[in-house]
Design a protein around this ligand. Structure first.
Ligand code: ADP
Ligand code: MG
Length: 259
């Protein structure tokens, strides 16, 4: 498919592949709080979408809803043509297909780096250990931490741990990876090593939804920026359009605080 091999550019008109994630009229409340308010968007295969917005605007809730870590009140979320399952085997399959990387690295503290990466492929995908080990070493190599494979997570820096977390999510061959503020818990000098891995994933065509305020990453890797405020998608634009010419006062105000 020509569209799949097109170079990545920050151009909203570049629409690789077919829709992978379709979010339609999604609503969610936490009690009185309208945390997701009429959310509609489509993420195509191979697209990188950056979600940006003030704290409390619903970004994490949206990610968690896509991975069905959070229920929604109404509307639909479809991944690769399948409506999100409610429970059971369908849910396990969804979790295997949708990788998630959190702000806090969430590695299994009592397992080695290598075991962190092989655990799900062996348990969920039933891949033989030898094969899982080989694939894991390849992924650890790709994120630059293969020499740490035998260590325990606590022996690694934050940036290294987050790169292991990315390798772990890749080990399941996900259709999509959600990254929720993957660099915000890191010391400044470690941020770039994680962003570099994310940029290279984007260049390799991984479909990604990334909550981040790292504009350098957004400008380099994102096809689209979604700006959320008070549970709504207030702006949806290319990174260049959004950062250089935000349309709403809410976006202008937000950007004036983070720039
Ligand atoms: P963001 O990631 O944009 O900072 P969140 O999606 O984490 O925002 O949260 C949006 C709002 O929902 C916040 O006001 C938060 O306090 C509230 N919230 C998040 N999770 C829960 C929950 N489990 N119960 C009640 N309120 C929640
Ligand atoms: Mg959040």
């Amino acid at each position: 498919m020509a569209a799949d091999t097109a170079p990545r550019t920050s151009n909203i008109s570049v629409r690789r592949g077919e829709p992978l994630v379709v979010i339609d009229k999604v609503e969610k409340h936490f009690g009185e709080l309208h945390v997701l308010n009429d959310i509609n968007t489509v993420v195509n295969r191979g697209e990188v979408v950056v979600v940006i917005g003030p704290s409390g605007s619903g970004k994490s809730t949206l990610c968690r809803a896509i991975n069905r870590l959070e229920t929604i009140d109404s509307g639909t979320i479809t991944i690769d043509g399948q409506k999100l399952p409610e429970e059971g085997a369908g849910l396990a399959k969804l979790r295997a297909d949708v990788g998630m990387v959190f702000q806090s690295f969430n590695l299994f503290a009592h397992k080695t780096v290598l075991e962190n990466v092989t655990l799900a492929p062996i348990k969920v995908r039933r891949i033989p250990r030898k094969e899982a080990d080989a694939k894991a070493m390849e992924l650890l190599e790709r994120v630059g931490v293969a020499n740490q494979a035998k260590k325990m997570p606590a022996q690694l820096s934050g940036g290294q741990q987050q790169r292991v977390a990315i390798a772990r999510s890749l080990a399941m061959n996900p259709k999509l990876i959600l990254l929720d503020e993957p660099t915000s818990a890191l010391d400044p000098e470690m941020i770039n090593e994680v962003l570099d891995v994310m940029v290279s994933l984007a260049e390799q065509g991984m479909t990604m939804i990334v909550v981040t305020h790292e504009m350098g990453f957004a400008r380099k890797a994102a096809d689209r920026v979604l700006f959320m405020s008070d549970g709504k998608i207030v702006e949806e634009a290319t990174p260049a359009e959004f950062f250089d010419h935000p349309k709403t006062d809410r976006a202008k105000d937000f950007l004036s605080k983070i720039l």
